[in-house]
Ligand binder design. Structure first.
Ligand SMILES: Cc1cn([C@H]2C[C@H](O)[C@@H](COP(=O)(O)OP(=O)(O)OP(=O)(O)O)O2)c(=O)[nH]c1=O
Length: 191
């Protein structure tokens, strides 16, 4: 049984390494990430994680692990910003309030899918012009849902979280290890 990480995200690889897992292969999926009309953030993240898992080619006995991280401001989905202008708009919207970070995980073997979602609440301080400009300059907003990464400079903007740090970063480790065990991956027996 091989474990395939279906993700281009370096964070997901790092987080798996944190619990001692090195995937046998990394095969990033290529799917349409546009939300459907009126789609809410949590079902959207869950749908994308499943679609990613289905889009990765694998042998019938292989495990395919995929995830999707979405930032939700109420009913609004904030995905990966297209450019610095959109990143600035997202960070301005998020500043001074609480938002949710949803990471849905899907694990597939053949036709079977095991799935879980992790929902965290994050408070971001209102950013000064200097803070916003420095962050935009850093480029750390690129490729990240909601235009920030808790694990980098933006940690300085987040005074409070409730939920899962690894989930906010892109792969909730408790849920992921539960799924891997459910699917028969010898997580605590491999040493
Ligand atoms: C909120 C937040 C998101 N992120 C990242 C995790 C994800 O990589 C990214 C959300 O985009 P995703 O679409 O979930 O993932 P991805 O496009 O990076 O990779 P793939 O679809 O191939 O798995 O945002 C952080 O790194 N830190 C954070 O604090």
């Amino acid at each position: 049984m091989r474990l395939i990480l279906g993700s281009a995200s370096p964070r997901r690889k790092e987080l798996l390494a944190q619990i001692g897992i090195t995937p046998d292969a990394i095969l990033p999926p290529d799917i349409d990430e546009d939300p459907r009309k009126g789609e809410l953030p949590r079902p959207y993240a869950a749908r994308l994680a499943r679609e990613k898992a289905l889009a990765v080619p694998a042998d019938p006995e292989d495990l395919v692990l995929c995830a999707d991280t979405t930032v939700a401001l109420g009913r609004r989905i904030l995905g990966k910003p297209a450019d610095a202008g959109e990143a600035a708009a997202f960070l301005t919207l998020l500043g001074g309030r609480r938002h949710e970070v949803i990471t849905a995980v899907a694990l597939r073997r053949g036709d079977r899918i095991w799935a879980r979602e992790s929902v965290s609440v994050v408070k971001m301080k209102r950013l000064s012009d200097d803070e916003l400009n420095a962050y935009l300059q850093s480029g750390e907003w690129q490729g990240k849902a909601g235009a920030y990464g808790i694990q980098g400079l933006a940690g300085a903007f987040l005074p409070w979280i409730q939920g899962s740090y690894s989930g906010i970063m892109g792969l909730p480790l408790a849920e992921t290890s539960t799924l891997l065990q459910a699917a028969g991956w010898p997580l605590w027996r491999s040493a």
